[in-house]
Design a protein around this ligand. Structure first.
Ligand SMILES: [Ca+2]
Length: 334
């Protein structure tokens, strides 16, 4: 069990821990910090490719050539937590959350996308050495380093990048459903939909015995987008790597905000991550599964995806003037 293992981990991974040195996120983890990057290096602003204006749900955009693809998700309400009644105490109480429309990464942040930040001098490069495949999700990044990345995206694009809140993450993963997984409730078909601890993962890690008897083809991380997306066009919300979110860890949802904002305090010993990864059984890759790690934790099974507010980080042109009385009510061509 790793020092990076989160609250509740013992109950979920006790069997695994007794059988091997495996951790919840992957094979290697530490709580070391990475130094050597400037918190605010000079950043060359890109010319954003996504035009200002309304963003209908389902819109896919990329602000700069080297920034992650984003998907616009609709605003709405949903039930967060153990909606099926088969989860853990830390997934309760089920509560209703109202979410404003926002943008979230279509994929987990890749090694190639992370390296653009490294080359700009704004992110540490050691994490990419663990898994240098450009299309793989970046891992071995702490919560603090993920914050460095979204700060760089914001400076580079002029858009308000951040980590998703935990509520936003679950809302986006559910895509309007109350299901256990992004494809439904069938655990046995998981190898068709997500990269988890499967036969190939067990063969590569024989001591990891809490696996499922199907083959997804990936003993470790898979290229992002290797499995079908959920109903809102988001890939790998289940499996591949765990994903940091903005919230502090709380042992249950008593007192959780209902407006989609991240649940944070000044003293935040651990941060939440969601979605499960390539080293996990389907039981711990359910949509409502949660974990938490200290802000400096690194693991080869832990990465993140970004979110962006619809609002902009820099002033935008004023909205067009209201139509004159002579034209008001006239049908307009799109
Ligand atoms: Ca796998």
């Amino acid at each position: 069990m790793s020092a990076a293992s989160g609250p509740g981990t013992q109950s979920r991974y006790l069997g695994l821990a007794l059988l091997s040195a495996c951790i919840c996120h992957g094979a290697n983890a530490s709580a070391a910090t990475t130094a050597g990057t400037s918190p605010h290096p000079a950043v060359q602003r890109c010319a954003p490719q996504a035009a200002p204006g309304s963003l209908p749900p389902g819109t896919v955009l990329r602000d700069c050539a080297d920034t992650p693809q984003l998907v616009a998700v609709p605003g709405g309400s949903f039930r967060m937590g153990d909606v099926l009644g088969n989860g853990y105490d830390y997934e309760r109480p089920v509560h209703t959350v109202r979410i404003e429309g926002f943008l979230i990464g279509r994929y987990e942040v890749t090694v190639a996308e992370w390296m653009a930040c490294v080359q700009a001098g704004a992110c540490p490069g050691a994490s990419a050495a663990q898994d240098p495949v450009p299309s793989h999700p970046i891992s071995m990044v702490s919560w603090d380093e993920a914050q460095q990345y979204v700060a760089w995206l914001t400076r580079r694009s002029g858009r308000a990048y951040r980590l998703p809140s935990e509520a936003e993450w679950e809302y986006a993963a559910r895509a309007g459903s109350d299901n256990q997984y992004t494809w439904g409730n069938t655990e046995t078909s998981i190898c068709l939909h997500a990269n988890v601890l499967d036969i190939s993962g067990h063969q590569a890690n024989p001591g990891w015995n809490w696996w499922i008897g199907c083959d997804d083809g990936y003993p470790r991380a898979a290229p992002v987008g290797s499995f079908p997306p959920n109903d809102w066009g988001l890939y790998d919300m289940i499996g591949n790597v765990w994903e940091w979110v903005a919230d502090c860890w709380h042992g249950n949802y008593d007192g959780a905000p209902g407006n989609g904002a991240p649940w944070v305090e000044d003293a935040c010993p651990k941060h939440v991550n969601r979605g499960g990864g390539w080293g996990n059984h389907p039981r711990t890759t359910r949509i409502s599964t949660r974990d938490g790690d200290i802000h400096s934790a690194h693991s080869d099974g832990l990465g993140f995806r970004v979110a962006r507010s619809i609002l902009y980080a820099t002033p935008q042109p004023a909205l067009p003037a209201a139509p004159s009385p002579a034209t008001a009510g006239t049908a307009q061509q799109p």
